[in-house]
Design a protein around this ligand. Structure first.
Ligand code: BT5
Length: 325
């Protein structure tokens, strides 16, 4: 679903006219279509969740907008230069990361964003499932083309984590925590997961897809038993709904800012900031990876975004990826 045409322009005009009614006649003159066509557009917008006051003599007035991931709503809230300026919004899709990968086969601009109200095959790392129920979370992917070697891709996962952290702070006033390597936690439970995928040659990334899943307005029953104990949502924790469109727009804005910072100054400021928000450091951890596990105290994060763990025998082991318990 792409943004489009007369309907969006009618909406935009009604949005800016605030309390003022706009008559069907004035709208039909402005957009050079019949009054019936205007009426149809208004009804189509109502089907999408917009509410209008209509008055026989005065016309239409926009009353409320839905908190849905609609191009017009996202665009209206966006404060970015290029991230999210090209938008693909779906009601239901397998995985936004997979769709983003398909889009890169065409020439899409850097910063293109794919969103979904629901994913039927949301992915975590290593082929795991990411539960993505309808209209309650933010499930989206951002396409970037950094001129970096594949080896540096974890830094983009850090950028995404920080962006989610900052957006949550801005929208709710609350501090989330970052968990190495790819989670955002809230009150000790998983609120958001990040899946960075890429297409690369030996020493250069062709494109990178940052997939972000944030549990915004999910209630406890929206998640299956298998994750309920370890997962949470902003709504569960704050006991109120949080505006998804606003949170998405803020996340994209932070992401663009951190990405620009990364391009100008390299990874150090990102890693430094990430460490300050990190809940993993200083803790006893057990890191599971394909090759077994490492147990010790999480001591630091190095310039490669790897976790440095001090083992019981005093040696330090570098973990590049894995799951922390
Ligand atoms: C992640 O993997 O945390 C990455 C999740 C990325 C999801 C986004 S949504 C938009 C984009 N499109 C996609 O298809 N994916 C990305 P990992 O660290 O492997 O964690 C996966 C594990 O988290 C699962 O095995 C479950 O235990 C748990 N989990 C699944 N759904 C969850 C949810 N909604 N909230 C919290 N935990 C969940």
């Amino acid at each position: 679903m792409r943004k489009g045409g007369a309907e969006e322009e009618i909406l935009s005009l009604l949005r800016t006219s605030g309390e003022k009614y706009l008559s069907g006649e004035a709208l039909s003159k402005k957009f050079k279509v019949s009054r019936t066509a205007i009426w149809k557009h208004i009804h189509s917008l109502m089907d999408q969740g917009y509410e209008f006051e209509s008055h026989t003599n005065l016309g239409y007035r926009l009353q409320s907008v839905p908190d849905l991931l609609l191009p017009a709503e996202i665009e209206n809230a966006l404060g970015t230069k290029y991230v999210g300026r090209e938008l693909y919004c779906f009601n239901e899709i397998g995985s936004t990361n997979d769709m983003a990968a398909r889009l890169t086969e065409k020439e899409v601009p850097e910063g293109t964003v794919v969103t979904a109200e629901k994913q039927t095959a949301g992915k975590g790392r290593l082929g795991r499932t990411w539960f993505s129920p309808e209209r309650s979370g933010l499930w989206f992917s951002v396409i970037l083309r950094p001129k970096i070697s594949p080896y540096h891709s974890p830094k983009l996962t850090f950028i995404a984590g920080l962006s989610v952290h900052d957006a949550i702070k801005k929208v709710t006033g609350e501090d989330a925590e970052l968990k190495w390597p790819n989670d955002v936690m809230f009150h000790g439970k998983k609120l958001c997961g990040i899946l960075t995928e890429m297409k690369a040659e030996m020493d250069i990334v062709n494109y990178l897809i940052i997939g972000i899943g944030i549990n915004v307005n999910l209630s406890k029953n929206d998640l299956p038993d298998s994750v309920r104990g370890r997962a949470t949502s902003l709504k569960i924790e704050l006991k109120r709904d949080v505006q998804r469109v606003k949170l998405l727009a803020e996340t994209l804005k932070s992401l663009e800012e951190y990405y620009e910072l990364f391009k100008q100054e390299g990874p150090e400021p990102i890693i430094r900031k990430w460490k300050r928000k990190c809940a993993t450091l200083g803790r006893k951890v057990k890191i599971h990876s394909g090759s077994g596990f490492v147990e010790g105290i999480a001591e630091d994060i190095d310039g490669d975004c790897a976790l440095l763990v001090r083992l019981a025998d005093g040696t330090v082991k570098k973990a590049v990826t894995g799951d922390v318990n």
